[in-house]
Design a protein around this ligand. Structure first.
Ligand code: ATP
Ligand code: FE2
Length: 328
């Protein structure tokens, strides 16, 4: 039996969670918000938010899990990739706890955690379509490493949608608002479709959509609808190509944009046509959360890997395929 405390702090969300034997006992979080949205998100300000909420979230996570802190076996934290000032607060907090409780530290890659926590839905060896604010990647485990088969060449799909929503005066986060408008759209407006192999590019489409909004030729409903249909088709196409390439039989969704019901539907249709199983965790595990950090942290800890507290450091630019996978 192992009990792992997890800490997430790669971007605007600070989270603390407890996992025991692959069961998520608590998964608490608080996200920094600003009306101006991601474009106005200053990392130092976000880091201050994390300092402010950390102790309360810790107490809440322990309480909700119904454990005493002395029972914790290790402290897992997101080591990267992410915004350096935010990652730093998470690591500092993890180190404080590690000293005070005299328990080892486990560093966890945020992107791989999104994939590994998919196991709670039944996924065993999936291709993951990871679509969040800052990240858009197609990832799978192959030949000893988690490999990025495809990714965005410029913007993360969530940031892409948020920027357009902000341009249209819809506020932040834009994803749910664009989804709502899209559900009322009827006419498809042709947009550039940018897939290069298993990669996608979004900045050209963004420019085009902003111009369409400025010209007021089309309704926001039709623009939102066309934007979702085009960009989600691009995502689904790259995921399908990765499935074909790897021969894997499972698709897993991850990241905040995966909350979008139209994206889920399009993935489901593609999977049915290919005879592939489709998995989509509940919302609390799709968005950034500490539950997934504790979850993968437990797997890593149980394989005997911990960090040297005097040497460990954050890895803001850690690449998914740079991670040495010693726990599989
Ligand atoms: P990461 O650090 O993993 O890149 P993140 O901190 O940007 O992630 P998440 O919490 O994973 O964020 O996701 C936030 C994003 O999800 C925002 O861009 C938001 O607009 C988007 N989003 C949330 N709900 C929906 C939805 N229903 N449709 C589309 N996008 C959505
Ligand atoms: Fe994330």
């Amino acid at each position: 039996m192992t009990i792992i405390l997890g800490i997430e702090s790669t971007a605007h969300t600070f989270g603390v969670a407890v996992v025991k034997d692959k069961k998520i006992l608590s998964n608490c979080k608080d996200a920094f918000t600003t009306s101006s949205g991601e474009g106005g998100m200053i990392p130092i300000e976000v880091a201050k938010h994390h300092i402010k909420v950390k102790d309360e979230l810790y107490s809440k996570a322990i309480k909700e899990a119904g454990i005493s802190e002395s029972k914790i076996d290790a402290i897992a934290f997101s080591i990267g990739p992410g915004l350096a000032p935010c990652l730093l607060e998470g690591m500092k907090f993890a180190k404080e706890l590690s000293f005070r409780l005299n328990k080892p530290l486990v560093g966890v890659n945020h992107c791989i955690a999104h994939l590994e926590v998919g196991e709670v839905t039944g996924a065993k060896d999936p291709v993951m379509l990871y679509a969040s604010g800052a990240n858009t990647q197609v990832i799978a485990y192959e030949a000893g490493k988690y490999r990025v088969f495809g990714e965005t060449l410029d913007l993360g799909v969530g940031n892409f949608i948020d920027t357009i929503a902000r341009h249209a005066g819809l506020g932040f986060p834009g994803g749910p608002k664009i989804q709502e408008l899209a559900s009322k759209g009827k006419n498809y407006i042709e947009l550039p479709y940018r897939v290069k192999g298993m990669d996608i590019a979004l900045s050209g489409i963004q420019t085009k959509v902003k111009q369409m909004i400025d010209r007021k030729e089309y309704s926001l409903e039709d623009i939102s609808y066309s934007l979702q249909e085009t960009v989600f088709a691009m995502l689904v196409e790259t995921a399908e190509r990765a499935l074909a390439h790897t021969g894997k039989k499972e698709l897993l969704l991850g990241g905040g944009v995966a909350c979008n019901s139209r994206l889920q539907e399009m993935c489901k249709i593609m999977c049915e046509e290919r005879g592939v199983k489709f998995f989509c965790p509940e919302r609390s595990l799709l968005v950034d959360n500490a539950g997934m950090i504790a979850y993968l942290g437990e797997i890593i800890f149980n394989s005997g890997i911990t960090e040297d507290i005097s040497k460990v450091d954050i890895l803001p630019r850690q690449r998914t395929d740079d991670v040495e996978v010693k726990w599989k």
